[in-house]
Design a binder for this molecule. Structure first.
Ligand SMILES: NC(=O)c1ccc[n+]([C@@H]2O[C@H](COP(=O)([O-])OP(=O)(O)OC[C@H]3O[C@@H](n4cnc5c(N)ncnc54)[C@H](O)[C@@H]3O)[C@@H](O)[C@H]2O)c1
Length: 344
């Protein structure tokens, strides 16, 4: 086998970008596109190859499917990933790994028991700028990490809640606590938690959160603030909103603060090193541009190579679990009005 043959399960908004990634990846091919909405499955099969189906069982029993890429609403991630693993299919699963930590652990243990590869569709691990920043931090470019600021300040349009940004699918799951698991925290900030963990190696040990729904007619939170404590003693703050009218106004983007410098993670990635460690110019900012266009092809390619070579994928189920732990910890903390200790 020189190519991993994928079935796409859930042919909505993000599946289009991943189908393009499968088409561009040297060691991947599309065998099947599955969605309960026939026209969406047919659209991807027509554009990217393979056959269309509305029947998930057909995906599980097809011998020409080696791996499933699951891009369905969040509450379906756990049952679909576990069913795929039990059918012997490798699993590339969209974020969040699940709506809760217990389900995430069940997915990981089923995939381990069945001997299939489990990957999560976070992008930091396959983004070249993030890989470079990780190397710089490991070489001491900003000294010891003492703080993190997470900020996702979005002004999501009303139509987002009915059909995402593209309106490819008319649906209600994004605003449903049961179907999505939450709002801006589990939908967006989870990427940031994963990215900072990848860049710094820091593990969160305690969170305290407050959140609510203020400006949007949905069940999930549209504003969240939280603090985080890390295993090395570093501290972090989380600011997230999906109804921040006017948006970030230039103030978006995470920051990693070190004893000798800082990193700004925005559309551009910028690193400042006071000491000039890791080969950086002392006392100056260095700018790197994330390579977004190629990043999904790289995610698919590295997952496929991991399957073919029997190696760990670039983003593991454990990575998915650790990012979700921060999310669930903040939700629990907000409900309990208490700090919550991690791991859960
Ligand atoms: N990694 C990223 O950067 C990124 C970006 C956007 C979305 N996502 C994630 O991708 C997933 C999907 O998001 P989306 O924006 O594409 O949503 P979407 O609503 O546009 O698409 C979901 C698709 O799943 C289909 N579906 C629903 N129930 C199904 C079932 N039982 N069997 C098969 N298909 C079913 C729907 O018909 C729809 O086509 C979510 O987990 C989301 O968080 C990831």
């Amino acid at each position: 086998m020189d190519r991993v043959r994928f079935a796409i399960v859930g042919c909505g908004e993000i599946a289009v970008a991943t189908a393009e990634g499968i088409a561009a990846a040297a060691h991947a091919a599309l065998s099947m596109a599955m969605d309960t909405v026939q026209s969406l499955a047919q659209d991807l099969a027509h554009r990217f190859g393979g056959r269309a189906t509305t029947n998930f069982e057909e995906v599980l029993t097809s011998p020409d499917v080696d791996a499933v890429y699951i891009a369905t609403p969040h509450y379906l991630h756990a049952p679909m990933a576990i069913a795929a693993a039990q059918a012997g299919k490798h699993v590339l699963l969209e974020k969040p790994i699940a709506t809760n930590v217990a389900d995430a652990k069940a997915i990981i243990s089923h995939c381990e028991a069945e001997g299939v590869t489990l990957g999560i569709a976070f992008l930091a691990q396959v983004d070249q700028a993030c890989q470079e920043v990780r190397r710089l931090l490991a070489e001491g470019a900003i000294g010891e990490v003492v703080g993190v600021r997470y900020a996702v300040l979005a002004d999501k349009p009303a139509h987002y809640w009915r059909g995402g940004y593209t309106q490819r699918v008319q649906t209600d799951w994004r605003g449903s606590k049961a179907k999505a698991g939450g709002g801006i925290l589990i939908m967006n900030l989870i990427h940031n938690f994963n990215a900072v963990r990848f860049l710094t190696g820091l593990e969160a040990t305690r969170v305290y959160g407050e959140y609510g729904t203020y400006s949007t007619p949905v069940e999930v939170e549209d504003l969240v603030f939280a603090t985080v404590r890390y295993h090395n003693g570093a501290i972090g703050c989380v600011e997230g909103g999906s109804a921040v009218r006017g948006g970030a106004a230039g103030a978006d983007g995470d920051r990693i603060f070190g004893t000798e410098g800082q990193v700004v993670l925005g559309r551009e990635v910028r690193v400042y090193s006071a000491s000039g460690a890791a080969g950086l110019p002392a006392g100056e900012w260095t700018t790197m541009t994330p390579d977004q266009p190629a990043v999904r092809a790289r995610l698919v390619e590295e997952f496929a190579l991991a399957v073919l070579n029997g190696e760990q994928p670039p983003v593991t189920g454990y990575d998915g679990l650790k990012a979700l732990e921060i999310v669930e910890g903040i939700y629990r903390s907000g409900e309990l009005c208490q700090p919550v200790y991690l791991p859960l």
